[in-house]
Write a protein that binds this ligand. Structure first.
Ligand code: FES
Ligand code: FES
Length: 168
């Protein structure tokens, strides 16, 4: 068996060191070693987006990269998204719009949407649909998910406007 490697990465704001086999994917290590089971294993071949996490600001299918490749990276998972005392606007919006049923796809959608809204805070519906094309949902239907992301974009804009007012 190949020798295990030590990898250091920042995960949800904390520096973590973990051991992994060279063949292990980041998804396996997140779920099986670090106990961060929010990212889900759907297809394991890059097609469904259920395993999406944010790495250095970009949404990435964690089943498609080796854990070793995460050395030095800033990784955000669904577990680190909510502030201590509540839910992130994306989580609120998914709940309010009933944008989930079984929920398997939901953490991946939310993390992919987070990376997208960080880049494009006021997207059109078409831009949302295009950006989310790598995430598949097999039970909810896509309209509710798109509406939830639109609502979250509005909430985030309101929150950043009120933060700006407070700092003036
Ligand atoms: S499990 Fe990674 S893309 Fe489907
Ligand atoms: S809510 Fe079931 S796959 Fe999306």
């Amino acid at each position: 068996m190949a020798k295990k490697r030590i990898v250091t990465a920042t995960i949800n704001g904390r520096e973590e060191e973990f051991l992994c086999q060279p063949r292990q994917t980041l998804l396996e290590v997140l779920r099986d070693t670090l106990n961060l089971t929010g990212a889900k294993e759907g297809c394991s071949n890059g097609n469904c987006g259920a395993c999406s996490v944010v790495i250095d600001g970009r949404a990435v299918n964690s089943c498609m990269i080796l854990a070793m490749e995460a050395e030095g990276a800033e990784i955000e998972t669904i577990e680190g998204l909510a502030p201590g005392d509540g839910l992130d606007p994306l989580q609120e919006a998914f709940l309010e719009n009933a944008a989930l049923q079984c929920g398997i796809c939901t953490p991946g959608y939310i993390m992919a949407a987070k990376a997208f809204l960080d880049e494009n805070p006021s997207p059109t519906e078409e831009e949302i649909r295009f950006a989310m094309a790598g995430n598949l949902c097999r039970c909810t239907g896509y309209d509710k998910i798109v509406r939830a992301i639109q609502q979250a974009a509005e909430t985030r804009a309101e929150q950043s406007a009120s933060c700006e007012k407070e700092t003036v």
